[in-house]
Ligand binder design. Sequence first.
Ligand code: ADQ
Length: 481
Amino acid sequence: MTANGNADLVIVANRLPVDRVIEPDGTPRWRRSPGGLVSALEPVMRVHDGAWIGWPGGAQEDDDDLAPFVEDGMQLVPVPLSAQEVEEFYEGFSNGTLWPLYHDVVAKPLFKREWWEAYRKVNQRFAERAAAVAAPGAMVWVHDYQLQLVPRMLRELRPDLRIGFFLHIPFPPAELFSQLPWRRAVLEGLLGADIVGFHLPGGAQNFVRLVRQRVGHKTHRDLVTLPDGRQVRAAAYPISIDAADFEELARSPEVSRRAESIRAALGHPKRVLLGVDRLDYTKGIYPRLRAYAELVADGTFDVEDTVFVQVATPSRERVDEYRRMRDEIDMLVGRVNGDLGKIGHPAISYLHSSYPREEMAALYRAADIMVVTPYRDGMNLVCKEYVACRYDNDGALVLSEFAGAAHELNQAWLVNPYDINGMKAAIVEAANAEPKELTRRMKAMRKTVREHDVDRWATGFLEELDAVRPPSRRRVRRPAI
Ligand code: ADQ
């Protein structure tokens, strides 16, 4: 179907929606890794005869056979990375430079010239694969901070395409972005797209302002006009979850039973607080647990009837900053439980595991208060998942005002994660809220999450991209893959 360059819709993302696993006998196999993005895009991919281009994970040797293949009706095109590219493009420039820079410099970004070279080289490889599989005039949707140069590189190869880009993390203000030695190249990379999407209007405004200041193009509101007359639109498309699906899962008898057994295993506490995050320094896990520990230490909460369950899945463990942060949190939890826990009643139940969706839904059902306190987060889907699972309109959400989701879920108890006393006060208020108050807030948040689901996000973006006038189909160069 699409191996000859016939895909009408091409998704270009850092990762493929499958992982390459090696069987005990040494045979490689593909295992589906369904995430929100793939389930949202799957239906449109089928309608459009779609292809998905991405890194299959791991480091590939030159002789690894990574030919395109078809999985569940989707053409999957692996982009291999060498061990050095994983280190320099992925762990280095993507996660050691861009991730901290785009998240308020919560950690210090490292600017290394060899990382930038690897980033350019890998982005070029992604662009070439996309150019090879896209049909004439196709829509190509490029995702996230690892691939910001792809839109321009792709347009140079295939000016006939309609190209969209979506950034899943915040786009920083000019004062921070301007630190990047390669700032102009990144802005020009993004300007290769017809539509550049962000979670929030603020991200789009930061981008347009930077383009005006640093590239010198004309801008008007959300539109950039390039010297050749082409226009680029920068706008907000807040991502979401499959709310109906999560709710259905939460209502299932298995999940209800599992939620009860989680509470039983915790000793039938009066109150369960929950945090669920990738172990990342942007997520504000440390100040949240400190705030909670202070509430236990001063007697506001008693470990005999209250527990904080913190699920923190390790990620990016080869990046120094992540290893350091994991050690710090591990130490804090050890100290808090040592000082404040009682036999059979830890103050914090701390878990590094990754769970299937059913277990996540059961955890959300088991929790009275969900505490989501990132220092900065593009959107944050965990809080939306919690809301989707609270079909009884109960449960409280304590949410950082620096998560993109705070713009939609403003009935949550909004907190500043840098203000420990403020966080403590909000947690206590949420814990003591009247059922009527909880219902009022949760009902409003549930309406938002139901009405703005991930399907609306994906189709909304693609409809606008589809409406972009296809450029002339001159100079179609399609390199072989
Ligand atoms: P993330 O930083 O990964 O995403 P988030 O939006 O919260 O953050 O998504 C995490 C996802 O992983 C959720 O669907 C959650 O259920 C799941 N998850 C977390 N811990 C888990 C565990 N232990 N087991 C199983 N599943 C777990 C980036 C940006 C966000 C943005 C998203 C989407 O940083 O700001 O919302 O992309 O654009």
